[in-house]
Design a protein around this ligand. Structure first.
Ligand code: ASP
Length: 373
């Protein structure tokens, strides 16, 4: 069995600009020089996934502006290559990018013509974000002296065909990752978020799913630790965009981390904890901006945090359900209501019941809520 020391994951904001990529490369060079064993997972460049969604929606709506969006997407990646590499080193990288971008352009043209972007097409479109970033960064790391290899996670992470939030087939994925890492001793630069079905169709693991990719790799490889590098100092007790006096949580138990992530603390993807908890692999959340700060450790030790955490959820809908004759809301009604919520795939964020009414707070899904009602 392979023992891999660490799995490092860098999100979109850490690679949003070429200067940041250079900074991250310095962090990785330190690991490399110390002779540490590690694998790295990168997200798409900051904002790229949203941008890919925007351009496909424009194409699906028949708006020709999708082409302008595509051109800026393409330019952003080409500009990054131009900034990271000297002229003589760029040719092959730009050629491969161009080939990839031609495929994406053709795909978007298809969406524009049929006026539809199915979940299956969307997953393929979104995969260009992570594929581009990891491809460019792996080349850059090699130039910087790291023995890095680009790993398209679709080769190893296998899922069902639930496009948009595919479920990982753990057995096949386990064997694939073990085999791949045994035969490829280089530092693997792995695309987060994307995977593929058994038949080879591209799937994605849900928005923010690169954290989960890192956790799956760590689980299979029995990693010593996962480190998620963020633009904040670690897990804070509230989102600093809404609160000015946030506090860093130094240690969190896996269970508390799952609760926070599930209820919307955006710092880690909710599915990330389970594969780590299973193998007792600690998760370190730390800042790529302040590398001297100690960050947050999430592990199996229980903790006694005195500070409450605050989660802001925007765009919520309050639904209050009561009987027209004001009769009591009893278990039979509740079980019917829960069955409906489950059928419509609606998650409750908060609930409260009184004698004659039952109220829930849910995300404002524009199409699901009217159907439920
Ligand atoms: N790029 C994807 C997203 O923005 C996945 C990730 O960043 O983890 O959702």
């Amino acid at each position: 069995m392979i023992i891999l020391m660490k799995v490092l994951k860098f999100g979109g904001s850490s690679v949003a600009k070429p200067e940041r990529i250079k900074g991250i490369a310095n962090i990785l060079k330190d690991y490399y020089k110390r002779g540490e064993k590690f694998a790295v997972v990168f997200s798409a460049f900051g904002g790229v996934t949203d941008y890919l969604i925007k351009m496909s929606s424009a194409a699906a709506n028949g708006e020709e502006s999708y082409l302008d969006h595509f051109n800026s997407f393409s330019k952003r990646h080409i500009d990054s290559v131009n900034e990271l590499f000297i002229e003589g080193d760029r040719k092959d990288i730009l050629l491969e990018l161009k080939n990839n971008h031609d495929v994406l352009k053709g795909l978007l043209k298809g969406v524009f013509l049929v006026r539809e972007a199915s979940p299956r097409t969307m997953d393929y479109v979104l995969s260009f974000g992570e594929r581009n970033s990891n491809f460019i960064i792996s080349h850059y790391l090699r130039k910087e002296g790291i023995n890095a290899n680009y790993l398209d996670a679709r080769k190893v992470i296998k899922t069902d065909k639930k496009f948009g939030a595919a479920k990982v087939d753990l057995d096949t994925t386990f064997n694939n990752i073990q085999e791949y890492f045994t035969n490829h001793p280089e530092i693997q630069i792995t695309t987060g978020f994307i995977a593929s079905s058994k038949g080879g169709l591209t799937t994605t693991l849900g928005r923010g799913g690169s954290d989960f990719t890192a956790a799956v790799l760590a689980n299979v490889l029995n990693a010593e630790k996962v480190i998620i590098w963020k633009d904040v100092d670690g897990v804070l007790n509230a989102d600093p965009r809404y609160f000015s006096d946030t506090k860093l949580i130094r240690q969190l138990s896996f269970t508390d981390a799952i609760e926070l992530a599930y209820y919307g603390a955006k710092v880690i993807h909710p599915k990330t904890i389970q594969p780590l908890k299973e193998k007792k692999i600690p998760l370190h959340v730390r800042s790529f901006k302040n590398v001297n700060k100690s960050g947050t450790i999430i592990n199996s030790e229980s903790c006694n945090n005195k500070n409450p955490s605050y989660i802001v959820k925007e765009n919520q809908v309050l639904i209050s359900i009561s009987d027209l004759e004001l009769s009591f809301i009893v278990e039979e009604h509740l079980s019917y209501i829960f069955m409906l919520l489950s059928n419509f795939n609606i998650t409750i964020n908060l609930m409260q019941n009184s004698a004659v009414s039952f109220s829930i707070c849910v995300d404002n899904h524009s199409y699901k809520i009217p159907l439920l009602i």
